[in-house]
Design a protein around this ligand. Structure first.
Ligand code: ATP
Ligand code: BTN
Length: 266
């Protein structure tokens, strides 16, 4: 039986990390929703909103994120992007995904990959997702909310018919028993560290080194249903996905609502 986390345990587990506020919910609709509401009146970088259970966890465009109390991790961090960072807000989703990859490496020594733009994969299956949403005051961006959902223990993995991409959890790939709070701490510590260098070439380099399906044939489906088929060749300096289509032509795809699938998974 998976153990639930209590507020005091959460706060104790995060002692020493520079978090200006830790907001704990036994149950809420969505930690992104709570964090956005918080950010509307007060924003401090690295404010954490954590929920043991979400009733309306979401992905992009209103899609659902499924989680399970006691075995998933669902939380959001408020970040305050600088003017320069605001020119490329999509970097923050990559930040979330890379932080989970680093934590996986630290805690279990496994090498996770990123399905562009921001799904974390283990053995080609999705084990975490990231949703970045923004809070505005008039024309001015006041905060960015980075929501992260992680399948840690087996109970967190949704049934096949409820996930559009094969899903897994971290525990299924490592022998040592994983502790949810220790893992949460590892993700947040990685995020704080990576955040410092988000504009540096090394950050992009680390992202590129974890890109899934590199050199493989993939399908990209746009929201309108348009399908592009080609070989995934990388990510350019503007964070666009590069796909070589028939005839050798290179196409660039900015981070948007695109479904990426390797040819082996349709
Ligand atoms: P895609 O899977 O098409 O690439 P995406 O990665 O951008 O899309 P979202 O569109 O943000 O993901 O939506 C979340 C999707 O993740 C849902 O549609 C569902 O298929 C899947 N999903 C939901 N909960 C989980 C989970 N716990 N683990 C793995 N996948 C999940
Ligand atoms: C994705 O599937 O790619 C994005 C999923 C993001 C889920 C997390 S769980 C914590 C936070 N609250 C939400 O409602 N969504 C994000």
């Amino acid at each position: 039986m998976a153990a639930t986390i209590h507020e005091q345990e959460l706060k104790s587990a995060l002692i020493g990390l520079p978090l200006p506020g830790v907001h704990f919910y036994k149950q809420t609709d969505s930690t992104n929703e709570r964090a956005l509401q918080l950010a509307a009146s007060y924003s401090a970088e690295f404010t954490l909103v954590f929920a043991e259970k979400q009733s309306a966890g979401r992905g992009r465009l209103g899609r659902k994120w499924l989680s399970s109390a006691g075995s998933s991790l669902t939380f959001s961090l408020i970040l305050i992007p600088s003017d320069k960072e605001q020119e490329q807000l999509s970097m923050f989703s990559f930040l979330g995904a890379l932080s989970v990859c680093r934590a996986i490496k630290t805690v279990s020594n496994l090498e996770a990959q990123v399905k562009w733009p921001n799904d974390v994969l283990l053995n080609r299956k999705k084990t975490a997702g990231v949703l970045a949403e923004t809070s505005w005051q008039g024309q001015r961006l006041s905060a960015l909310v980075l929501g992260i959902g992680i399948n840690l223990l087996p109970e967190s993995v949704p049934p096949d018919d409820q996930a559009m991409f094969p899903a897994t959890c971290i525990q299924s790939h490592c022998a040592l028993p994983l502790q949810r709070l220790a893992f949460l701490r590892a993700v947040i510590a990685a995020l704080i560290d990576l955040r410092k260098g988000i504009l540096e070439p090394a950050f992009m380099q680390e992202y590129r080194s974890r890109l899934a399906f590199l050199g493989e044939w993939v399908f990209l489906t746009s929201q309108s249903g348009e399908v592009t088929r080609g070989k995934l060749t990388g990510v350019d300096d503007h964070w666009q996905l590069l796909v070589e289509v028939q005839g050798g032509r290179q196409m660039q795809f900015p981070c948007g609502d695109l479904h990426l699938r390797p040819l082996s998974i349709q």
